[in-house]
Design a protein around this ligand. Structure first.
Ligand SMILES: Cc1cc2nc3c(=O)[nH]c(=O)nc-3n(C[C@H](O)[C@H](O)[C@H](O)COP(=O)(O)OP(=O)(O)OC[C@H]3O[C@@H](n4cnc5c(N)ncnc54)[C@H](O)[C@@H]3O)c2cc1C
Length: 463
């Protein structure tokens, strides 16, 4: 207790006492992210702990000083952005320091000519987008959680958004990073489009979940505001029929900015719906849309009313506002609303239908219900929403999570990846050996070299 008291005292001297919070409600709020208890295997529920304190640094130099003190005291540091991560990457597993980066929210530079923006890592994506609007630029990253997720959190989970088909994942948009390493050194990678001067160090932190260092600044590629955006929707008689249309769209060279396809959707339980969006230079958008319309028509798709696609696009961030309003009760709510889970996996497009078929067999054998299956962004990225309806408590959770494990292991066996955008956190840590083989040992060795005291977000990524 003495060491901890003196550490809090030292940190207060670095950032000011008003930016070191120790009240129980605040500590509880940042001790957990958006992972629902109901999505954890009963055998793998982590022992969460109340942090010692939450610190709100405003500058890289402050982050560095805090990390040096934490390292000396061997106290864990958990970086925290919007807290919207779905895998428990920001969960506190032992009493430590939560670094809430949302005070580091400045836009440091927008260079319209070079199409880049340099920002502090705690800026919320929507705030950055609003600032870019002034320069007729857009962020290529537009997830459901645009109003809550931060640039640092999105980089650290290598998140994917609605415009991913055109602009890629968050990591694809990172030109350069500034990172505070566990020993307090500051690493700055060059902010350039391409470089052939050794391995790319920024990729240690893209998807790194804060285990190798704290991202304090990012230089991002930004894009010209599209001259035109077009949206359209189709319904298909079956998942397979719609899938073939999506496959054709991509294999003929089209890459729609928005692609959302799935069956089991509320208003159309018997059909599979596809929403497509194209954006950019008007003439190109018109040609892309005409080609996509022809492909979907030939594949047997019925065009939806234009308003359906417009509504879909307009309401895409509503879920994030619900999340923000209800976040304090999230853990309790997830326990009440029954057992549901999702998988978001990446597979070669040629194996998606075979995987789906085998997955349906596994689920029916295990008594787990498939509520929805779909594609996001491109035919390789496949998701399923699963539920257990007639089993209570741990029994339902056990059934569900055993099924999820079997599906994810099947994905790995078929040459795919068990998760394409939400990260690993604590939820998928036990499956990392199957995902990476000896690669996990390589990650562990890198972690040991950079962070011998294991203070940086310990227990995540299976490290
Ligand atoms: C309703 C809902 C919808 C969602 N929709 C999407 C979606 O469309 N696409 C998608 O990809 N994800 C989605 N997510 C998941 C989540 O929004 C993303 O993972 C997001 O990128 C997390 O950002 P955050 O700022 O909230 O990070 P946090 O949850 O705070 O942190 C995520 C991880 O990054 C680490 N971290 C945070 N900041 C830093 C930093 N500066 N340096 C180093 N490490 C750091 C944390 O320790 C943690 O491991 C959704 C979540 C919810 C609840």
């Amino acid at each position: 207790m003495e060491i901890e008291g003196s550490l809090i005292e030292q940190i207060s001297q670095i950032v000011g006492a008003d930016r070191v919070l120790i009240d129980a409600a605040r500590l509880d709020e940042v001790s957990w992210d958006a992972l629902s208890d109901g999505r954890l295997h009963p055998l793998r529920r982590p022992q969460a702990a109340l942090p010692l304190c939450v610190v709100l640094p405003a500058a890289t130099a402050e982050v560095r000083e805090i990390v040096i003190r934490a390292n000396a005291a061997k106290v864990p540091v958990v970086p925290f952005g919007g807290g919207s991560g779905l895998m428990g990457g920001a969960v506190s597993l032992s009493p430590g320091i939560v670094l809430d980066l949302r005070r580091m929210d400045r836009v440091l530079e927008v260079d319209s000519e070079a199409r880049l923006a340099r920002v502090q890592a705690g800026i919320v994506l929507e705030a950055l987008q609003n600032r870019l609007n002034e320069s007729r630029l857009i962020l290529g990253h537009d997830p459901w959680t645009l109003p809550v997720a931060t640039v640092g959190g999105a980089i650290s989970t290598n998140s994917l958004g609605y415009r991913g088909g055109k602009y890629g994942s968050m990591g694809d948009q990172v030109l350069g990073l500034e990172v505070v390493l566990p020993n307090g050194e500051i690493l700055r990678t060059r902010s350039v489009e391409k470089s052939s001067t050794g391995i790319s160090l920024k990729h240690l932190f893209i998807g790194g979940e804060g285990c190798f260092g704290i991202v304090t600044e990012a230089t991002l590629r930004v894009f010209p505001a599209p001259e035109k955006r077009s949206l359209c929707g189709f319904s298909f008689a079956s998942f397979e029929q719609g899938f073939r249309a999506v496959e054709k769209i991509w294999s003929c060279g089209l890459s729609p900015a928005l692609l959302d396809f799935g069956d089991g959707v509320d208003n159309y339980p018997e059909r599979a719906l596809l929403y497509l969006g194209f954006e950019g230079v008007a003439k190109i958008v018109e040609a892309e849309e005409a080609l996509a319309l022809a492909i979907c028509g030939e594949a047997g798709g019925d065009a939806l009313d234009h308003h359906a696609a417009e509504n879909f696009w307009r309401e895409r961030h509503v879920i994030a506002y619900h999340f923000m309003q209800n976040r304090r009760h999230r853990r309790e709510r997830s326990a009440e609303t029954g057992r549901r889970d999702w998988i978001h996996v990446a597979l070669p497009a040629s194996r998606v239908l075979a995987f789906r078929k085998e997955a349906i067999d596994i689920l029916s054998r295990r008594g787990v219900c498939l509520q929805e299956s779909g594609l996001w962004t491109q035919p390789e990225l496949f998701s399923m929403r699963l539920a257990v309806e007639n089993a209570d408590g741990d029994q339902g959770q056990w059934l569900l999570e055993e099924a999820v494990d079997e599906l994810l292991r099947l994905v790995q066996k078929m040459g795919g990846s068990m998760e394409y955008c939400h990260g690993v956190g604590v939820k998928l840590a036990a499956l990392m050996a199957g995902e990476h083989g000896y690669g996990l040992e390589v990650m562990r060795q890198i972690k040991r070299v950079l962070d011998p005291g294991n203070i940086m977000n310990p227990g995540k990524l299976g490290l």
